[in-house]
Write a protein that binds this ligand. Structure first.
Ligand SMILES: C[S@@+](CC[C@H](N)C(=O)[O-])C[C@H]1O[C@@H](n2cnc3c(N)ncnc32)[C@H](O)[C@@H]1O
Length: 462
């Protein structure tokens, strides 16, 4: 099993002292932020948002604050990189129609289930949970013949589930597969998918890796049924909450498009959006596809490794693994007043002796990332109505010891396509703890960790 981003990044030497004179200003000195903290950790206790952990999600507080600030009447909101639907759920609750693009079929599934949850009867869910309890009383006894099978194409370096746990998981699948009501079945599938790693021999650290590799003990057995029942109870509670708290008239629409945002013109009309609220993948090579392999295979969204390739290739910015061996990927747009091209050159020339692990591979990755920032900016301009606003949450990066202020470069790129850069705001001055790039600088000293921040880039369509 590949532990993806964590190992790949730490495989490249990150120097503790940041190179280079041209790094100012590392963190804009605004001292006071106009936005609430975007960290996803705050979602862990919010109804609906708490259903599925998503390492790179952002917070409902941030989204609600932004919606209230920019939309004084019902509008149309777009999240081009919707993840597990934070923007969409809050837009719904505050009375706005919304669209979300999401390339990862598992994340798109979670968003879709959340979007339709208000229509599901809590009585039906409670009665299906009761049926599950009764079913388990018999099925957990010796002599029960399990029908379900683990997904054939899902291979891991270490055993994913112990034999005892695997049997329990398959028994629960036997139950889920016979649920007639599709919406109820999807909620059970979601309850399984969002707990399934918890009782496996893998964990998120923050990339998915074997428990033993991070010093944790494997599980011989686990109360799988309890974990799923607890999740289902939480979901039923939240659906009741949702039904009470949703707008009672003119129920807003949520449309989830399981496609790459870059196909936006196939799905949406020009100048059709009032507010874009999003957090694209950061320049940290966090591998959404590898990290959700268990859910994608077990929920049958992919069957074999070749099914995940197109997802990787269309991912915003690509992945370092897909571009590191290419000779020279450069910027395919020009930005005459910026030092971006010079920074990439500096990066390209670092640690050349390390071959694909040296600067060239990372410069290819960064160039692909900024090429997609350019395409993204054109998409924003195409889709926003006049005076419409885009708020883009981004984190800076340190690649091979070189600080890359993605927010500043993204702002410059957006201006170059004719958007107004209103401001770059920094609601999080340090990304530590749950930060997904922390693995990148894990070996670093506090001073280098403090260089990581999160920004909101505010753009306006003129
Ligand atoms: C930072 S996460 C967004 C999390 C989201 N704000 C939330 O709270 O759940 C970025 C998302 O972009 C998705 N993504 C990457 N490339 C994409 C593309 N080309 N089109 C649409 N989605 C993409 C990833 O799968 C990932 O879910």
């Amino acid at each position: 099993m590949d532990t993806s981003a964590k190992n790949q990044i730490s495989g490249s030497t990150v120097q503790l002292k940041l190179d280079s004179q041209e790094q100012e200003p590392l963190i804009p000195e605004n001292g006071h932020s106009a936005f609430n903290d975007p960290a996803f950790i705050n979602n862990r206790n919010s109804p609906v948002h708490r259903w599925t952990p998503w390492i790179a999600g952002y917070s409902s507080d941030f989204v609600r604050h932004a919606l209230n600030k920019y939309l004084i009447e019902p509008g149309v909101v777009l999240d081009p990189f919707a993840g597990v639907g934070t923007t969409l759920v809050d837009s719904f609750l505050l009375g706005h129609n919304s669209y979300g693009f999401e390339i990862n079929p598992y994340a798109a599934f979670v968003s879709r289930v959340k979007a339709g949850a208000y229509k599901v009867s809590t009585d039906s869910l409670n009665s299906e949970m009761q049926s599950l309890r009764i079913f388990l009383n018999t099925a957990m006894q010796p002599g029960y013949k399990v029908k379900s099978k683990p997904p054939k194409g899902f291979k891991t370096r270490f055993e994913f589930y112990s034999p005892k746990i695997l049997k329990k998981v398959l028994i629960i699948h036997d139950f889920i597969n016979q649920i007639q009501n599709e919406n109820v079945r999807d909620i059970f599938r979601l309850a399984f998918a969002s707990t399934m790693v918890k009782y496996s021999n893998y964990s998120y650290e923050p990339s998915l890796g074997a428990r033993v590799s991070s010093g944790k003990k494997n599980f011989d057995d686990f109360p799988v049924d309890q974990a799923i029942m607890t999740k289902l109870t939480e979901i039923v509670e939240d659906i009741a909450w949702l039904q009470k708290n949703m707008p009672s008239m003119d129920v807003p629409q949520i449309s989830i498009i399981n496609d790459s945002f870059f196909n936006y013109s196939k799905h949406l009309a020009p100048e059709s959006i009032n507010l874009i609220l999003t957090s694209p993948p950061y320049l940290n090579n966090y591998h959404y596809i590898r990290n959700t392999r268990p859910q994608m295979y077990w929920l049958d969204f992919v069957k074999e490794p070749k099914d995940t390739k197109p997802l990787e290739n269309f991912n915003f910015g690509n992945y370092w693994q897909t571009v590191r061996e290419k000779e020279n990927i450069s910027l395919n747009f020009s930005l005459p007043d910026s030092n971006l091209a010079d920074q990439l050159e500096l990066l390209r020339n670092k640690n050349q002796e390390k071959g694909i692990y040296g600067g060239n591979g990372w410069a290819n990755y960064a160039a692909s990332y900024f090429n997609d920032c350019y395409r993204f900016s054109i998409g924003i301009k195409y889709l926003l109505k006049k005076d419409g606003v885009a708020l883009v949450v981004l984190g800076n990066s340190i690649l091979q010891g070189i600080m890359i202020p993605t927010d500043r470069y993204f702002g410059e790129i957006a201006e170059s396509v004719g958007l107004e850069l209103v401001q770059i705001d920094v609601p999080r001055r340090t990304r530590v703890g749950n930060s997904i790039i922390q693995s990148n600088v894990r070996v670093g000293k506090t001073e280098s960790r403090n260089q990581l921040y999160e920004s909101v880039v505010e753009l306006k369509k003129l």
